[in-house]
Design a protein around this ligand. Structure first.
Ligand SMILES: [Zn+2]
Length: 347
């Protein structure tokens, strides 16, 4: 009897242990969060140094499958020193690989604004005393874009797109404003030129820590007070907003990224939401100094994936919009916008 009882207990134990292991497996599968990683580069339209370009090339060699969103700046072609414009195009184009995206980035540099046919404004400056007025010899890089009228911003966007296309760059599909300063006037101008994805939203808290009591902070507080590291892409004001929710490596170190990412992952598991967006980036002009932070972030996320804690996806902007379930909305916005533009041309 005792023997039978022992067999019974052993069998029950086996059943129970199978049950428990299935449960824990299900729990670990359920709690495995899909991390969607977007990496963008802001091209400031300032200096092109061999050391920065080399740092980007090394990064691309080290991570051949990582897709980049290039927020390209037409101001490189309007600088007083930009004599050999074909050489500049060649150097910048060499950084764009198949699968990468092209977007537009604008800072109000004097030569660029005037080349767009717009009267230059030297004030207000969103960085004020944080930056010399003539940055590398030219003014205007920190004048908020929305200080200009919708018509003037449209002219700057049209100039950027034409200049970039003329020099062999692909058609841009998205936009990021200098200093993350977009807003209603900028969105109207973007619609006029057919760009319906804006990636200017950033957690206002990050700016508050960086440049306290600056116009940049004031503007970020009024535009982006609801944006956090948890914010996902959404449709807003007739545009798809893809937030730069983890900031840029110059301001958010890999360590700071990990802290924000851990919060985001914990929150997502707590809320039963199995998907998070991490949109991080860096500047072309300071790649030699900060691109290493982006590498550390990718290595950390890859190690989490190897440990079975997350599923890591890296997407271009359009792939991301599809994966976020926003592609139908995007297509409808594109069609509505094209109809509206046709109607306004006929009038
Ligand atoms: Zn910028």
């Amino acid at each position: 009897m005792l023997k039978v009882y022992r067999h019974y207990l052993a069998a029950l134990g086996m059943v129970l242990s199978c049950f428990i292991s299935t449960l824990s497996q299900a729990k670990s599968l359920d709690s495995k969060v899909v991390v969607e990683l977007l990496i963008s580069i802001d091209y400031e339209g300032d200096k092109i140094r061999t050391t920065d370009l080399e740092a980007i090339r090394q990064f691309q060699k080290q991570y051949p499958t990582i897709k980049l969103i290039h927020f390209m700046n037409a101001a490189y072609f309007t600088k007083s020193w930009s004599k050999d414009r074909d050489e500049i195009s060649k150097r910048l184009l060499s950084l764009i690989r198949p699968g990468d995206d092209l977007g537009v980035h604008i800072h109000g540099w004097k030569n660029f604004v005037e080349a767009s046919g717009v009267t230059f404004k030297s004030h207000p400056r969103y960085l004020g005393n944080h930056l010399p007025e003539r940055f590398h010899g030219e003014r205007g890089s920190d004048v908020p874009l929305d200080e200009y009228s919708t018509r003037e911003i449209t002219q700057m966007l049209e100039f950027s797109i034409l200049e970039l296309r003329k020099r062999g760059f692909p058609q841009p599909t998205s936009f990021r404003a200098g200093g993350w300063q977009s807003g209603p006037k900028v969105w109207s101008a973007l619609k006029r030129v057919g760009i319906l994805i804006d990636s200017s939203a950033v957690p206002a808290r990050l700016i508050r820590n960086l440049y306290p009591r600056s116009l940049l902070q004031k503007k970020a507080d009024s535009l982006w007070s609801t944006i956090t590291e948890f914010t996902k892409s959404r449709q807003r004001a007739g545009i798809i907003e893809v937030p730069n929710n983890m900031g840029l490596a110059d301001y958010v170190s890999a360590e700071h990224f990990r802290e924000m990412a851990r919060n985001s992952l914990k929150r997502s598991i707590r809320n039963g939401d199995n998907k998070v967006l991490f949109h991080y980036g860096f500047h072309q002009e300071t790649a030699r100094l900060y691109l290493d932070e982006v590498s550390k972030v990718i290595d950390w996320l890859t190690s989490l994936e190897k440990e079975g804690k997350i599923t890591l996806l890296n997407h271009s902007v359009i792939e991301h919009i599809k994966s976020a379930g926003l592609y139908k909305a995007y297509e409808e916005l594109v069609a509505d916008n094209a109809n509206r533009c046709r109607r306004s041309v006929r009038k």
